[in-house]
Design a protein around this ligand. Sequence first.
Ligand SMILES: NC(=O)c1ccc[n+]([C@@H]2O[C@H](COP(=O)([O-])OP(=O)(O)OC[C@H]3O[C@@H](n4cnc5c(N)ncnc54)[C@H](OP(=O)(O)O)[C@@H]3O)[C@@H](O)[C@H]2O)c1
Length: 259
Amino acid sequence: MNLNLENKIIIVTGGSKGIGNGICKILAEEGAIPVIVGRTETDVLNAVQCIKDNGGRASYALAELNNPVDCKNAVQKVIKEFGRIDGLVNNAGVNDGVGLENGNYEDFISSLHKTLVHYYLMAHHALPQLKKSKGSILNIGSKTAMTGQGGTSGYAASNGGRNALTREWAVELLPYSIRVNAIIVSECYTPQYKNWIKKFPNPDEELKRIEDKIPLENRMTTMEEIGNTAVFLLSDRSSHTTGQLLFVDGGYVHLDRSL
Ligand SMILES: NC(=O)c1ccc[n+]([C@@H]2O[C@H](COP(=O)([O-])OP(=O)(O)OC[C@H]3O[C@@H](n4cnc5c(N)ncnc54)[C@H](OP(=O)(O)O)[C@@H]3O)[C@@H](O)[C@H]2O)c1
């Protein structure tokens, strides 16, 4: 199936690693031009090069997304380079463990900035271009908004916010035919996940324990599987799908717990 993504300019925040990188790779395979927005220059440049080495096209903008000025500048750089934006994937974020007991006001607010606030800023700055292109917005979210995790109030609240903004923007942007959807992830073995699991006394056992609870095939979701759903939601093949939270999680959140 041709997804009609050829030459489409799609911004992907945090696109040099993990889930964002999985999305960028699949976008490039579909002939789109992912623009990686990230803060670690070597990672960003390597990711762009890797896509080019595989015959794709890609670009980048360096930005610390916690900084509102960087968000604006990143979008401006994309407009200067390409003159258009066809899609925005809000993906960057971190599960930073700011809990109710161990946290404080400053850490909680900082957590919202790391995982939620830049979603708004990127969409806000990209909107004039998305209106022209009738582009699409995809927000990546986490199961923690639905299930909780414990000890991570800032991250869970941010993910609740991501889901709410998906519905809110889907409504606000109806007049422009801009579709807004979210992919909700549960367990995906990314660099961030690897760092988290390493903190357990027996990481391999802990990983196995988690995998055994994932209904479909007792395994983690791959970054490519999230990328495959992402390209569909960004493409006009999902032209009447908006305001949806799609769980790409092997049934983790919704299927029977006794399985
Ligand atoms: N992995 C999972 O199982 C899982 C589950 C549920 C939801 N998610 C969501 O998926 C998204 C991606 O997670 P991941 O596991 O792929 O993470 P990851 O492996 O840490 O990759 C995230 C990428 O985003 C970049 N980034 C993060 N914050 C940034 C900022 N403020 N400014 C610029 N770049 C920033 C990181 O750059 P640096 O390397 O420089 O930090 C990195 O390149 C997150 O929003 C997370 O909430 C993941």
